[in-house]
Design a protein around this ligand. Structure first.
Ligand code: TXA
Ligand code: MG
Length: 325
């Protein structure tokens, strides 16, 4: 069932049940982070392996300090600018957070979502809510309550509807290994916005499969997807397929307009992020044989958008060997 009853959502969560919640990035699949059994149910509903940890969502900075041991100075600066907002921090956790949330790691991922409905819910429950994106493991994240209902509606008692997500792609994840601010997953806050505040940041380039955002395949539609620099050339090369196109600026030559999703005007990458997953959800229902997507310029948000499209494109290449979120 979906609806806008925050009180009802709070009651389910306090009873240890799983509820989908809106955030400014994507919808989350939430449970009381302090209740191991409730968190285990999130893994089960999502069919996510237990070695892939969850982000906890809290109402304010005071609550971050309730569940963590240390807030590095750079983290404080980032919070003063981006909280609430699409910023997730990896911080040393204290013993109140059960192992299942962090997959045994001494670090917990925490963020303050910038959505009035979920902030109200967090205040009502006074709980930290563990919530991965509310999609089955490996599939595209949901940016509307309708997306969640279609994918997981039968497995959970309630989808709290807060309207379409504003940002449309996941939060940026930052950790501080050896006191070096390091981006573990590119997301809705571009790297240059972060660097303006705290100076140079590193980008994590490890290969551990369970490291955040580093799994090769996720955010994947069922339809095979090719990411192209020269979209029109690739369209010509595939003219014998039924193709759908994702692009920006102008329509591509060689495909009828009703088979093209123009995500934004040239340069308006925030709008592209807002529209990307909704386009992929819709395209997946159109029975295309192939989706062709045009690469974004790498600067700013373009880098996070290309990251998501690259992972979506990996699926065909790896024969659906999913390792995603
Ligand atoms: O925007 C978002 O971040 C959304 C909304 C719902 O808040 N959440 C989200 O969660 O994208 P999820 O679980 O789909 O992706 C979180 C990523 C995963 O790659 C996970 O491995 C990583 O964060 N992560 C979570 N806790 C971690 C930890 N303690 N250490 C390292 N990585 C962690
Ligand atoms: Mg996810």
């Amino acid at each position: 069932m979906k609806g806008t009853d925050i009180q009802l959502a709070a009651e389910y969560l306090l009873r240890g049940e799983t509820v989908a919640i809106p955030t400014e990035t994507v919808y989350g699949l939430a449970a009381n982070a302090l209740d191991e059994k409730a968190v285990a149910r999130v893994f089960e509903v999502k069919q996510r392996p237990l070695h892939n940890p969850l982000i906890i969502h809290v109402a304010d900075v005071e609550q971050i300090t309730r569940y963590t041991n240390e807030l590095p100075p750079a983290a404080q600066v980032l919070l003063s600018r981006f909280a609430p907002g699409p910023l997730t921090l990896l911080l040393p956790r204290n013993s109140s957070i059960p192992d299942i949330v962090t997959a045994g790691s001494p670090l917990v991922a925490v963020r303050i979502p910038d959505h009035p409905v979920t902030l109200e819910l967090l205040r009502l429950t006074d709980l930290p809510l563990a919530a991965p994106s509310a999609n089955p493991f490996g599939y595209i994240s949901p940016t509307t309550a309708g997306h969640v209902e279609k994918m997981l509606g039968e497995k959970i008692p309630y989808v709290l509807d807060g309207g379409p997500c504003d940002a449309g792609i996941e939060s940026t994840i930052i950790g501080f290994p050896d006191s070096v601010p390091t981006i573990y997953r590119e997301g809705a806050i571009p790297k240059d916005h972060i660097e303006k505040l705290i100076g140079a940041v590193a980008v994590f380039a490890g290969k551990k499969i369970h490291a955040p955002g580093m799994s090769a395949v996720h955010y994947s539609p069922k339809t095979p997807l090719i990411l192209c620099d020269d979209l029109e050339q690739v369209v010509r090369d595939h003219d014998h397929f039924r193709i759908g196109v994702i692009t920006y600026g102008n329509y591509a030559v060689g495909v009828t307009a009703d088979n093209q999703w123009i995500l934004c005007k040239e340069q308006d990458w925030e709008t592209a992020a807002h529209n990307l997953y909704a386009a992929l959800h819709e395209m997946d229902e159109r029975n295309y044989e192939l989706i062709l997507a045009k690469t974004f310029p790498e600067a700013g948000l373009g880098s996070a958008l290309n990251d998501r499209l690259r992972r979506a494109a990996m699926k065909g290449a790896t024969n659906d060997n999913r390792t995603g979120n």
